[in-house]
Design a protein around this ligand. Structure first.
Ligand code: SF4
Length: 200
C-alpha cells in the first residue's frame, strides 16, 4: 500500500508552527542523509527491514497534525484500508506500527515522523551513542563510536529539543495533544482525535 504521495506542506491558513515543523523535518532529513552516507559501510538499513516499525509509536501533536493532513490527501480507498488496520491484532497489541506495510515498507514514508527518519544509524542521544543492533554487526560495540568522525552522526538530543519547542508553539496556536499515538493520524478531518482522554 506504500504510496508515492509527497508530503503535503502547510496550507495558507495553517498555524505558523506547522511551517516551522516542516523546516525542522527538512533539516533533519539533510543531516540524516549525511550521517547515513558517512556510516554507509556499516549499515544494513534498507527497504524491507521493518525492525524499527514493530512498535506502537507516538509523536508530538504537530507531527500527528502533519501526518493526518498527509493521510487526508490520499485516495479514499487507501485511507479506508489504512483505517481498517486499526483492528489488526498486532496493531492493537502495539506490536507493529499501523503504517507498516506487509512488505516492510512505510505507507506514509514521505510524511513519517522525525523519529522514524533517524532510526538505524548511530546517533548521539542524552544517554550517549545509540544505533540499531542490526548495524555495525561486524564491529565490537565498544569500538563503534570511535568509527564515526565528528559531524558524522545526528545529535538526536538537539533535534528533540528543537522539536519540543516547535511542538509547544504549535500547541499554543492550534491546541491538540502534547503527544499521541500515530493511530490518531487516521482520524478523519473534522474529528478531534485527542478527545479521548489520552491527551498529554
Ligand atoms: S510511520 Fe512508517 S517509518 Fe515510522 S514506525 Fe510507522 S511504518 Fe515505520
Amino acid at each position: 500500500m506504500t504510496t508515492d504521495a509527497p508530503s503535503v506542506g502547510p496550507g495558507p491558513d495553517a498555524p505558523p508552527a506547522l511551517a516551522e515543523y516542516f523546516a525542522v523535518r527538512a533539516r533533519v532529513d539533510e543531516f540524516a542523509a549525511n550521517a547515513e552516507a558517512a556510516q554507509a559501510q556499516w549499515l544494513a538499513c534498507g527497504r524491507g527491514c521493518d525492525a524499527c516499525c514493530r512498535v506502537s509509536r507516538t509523536a508530538f501533536g504537530v507531527e500527528l497534525a502533519a501526518l493526518r493532513a498527509h493521510v487526508g490527501q490520499l485516495p479514499v480507498s487507501t485511507q479506508a484500508a489504512l483505517r481498517a488496520r486499526l483492528a489488526d491484532p498486532e496493531v492493537v497489541a502495539g506490536a507493529r506500527c499501523v503504517f507498516l506495510d506487509g512488505d516492510g515498507a512505510c505507507a506514509v514514508y514521505a510524511a513519517r515522523p522525525i523519529l522514524c527518519r533517524t532510526h538505524g544509524p548511530l546517533v548521539f542521544t542524552e544517554d550517549g551513542p545509540s544505533w540499531c543492533a542490526l548495524n555495525f554487526a561486524t564491529v565490537p560495540p565498544a569500538e563503534v563510536p570511535a568509527l564515526i568522525a565528528p559531524g558524522g552522526a545526528l545529535a538526536l538530543a538537539r533535534v528533540d529539543t528543537l522539536l519540543a519547542v516547535v511542538a509547544a508553539r504549535y500547541r499554543s496556536q492550534a491546541g491538540g495533544p502534547v503527544r499521541g499515538p500515530l493511530t490518531w493520524a487516521l482520524q478523519p478531518e473534522g474529528e478531534a482525535p485527542w478527545d479521548d482522554g489520552q491527551a498529554g
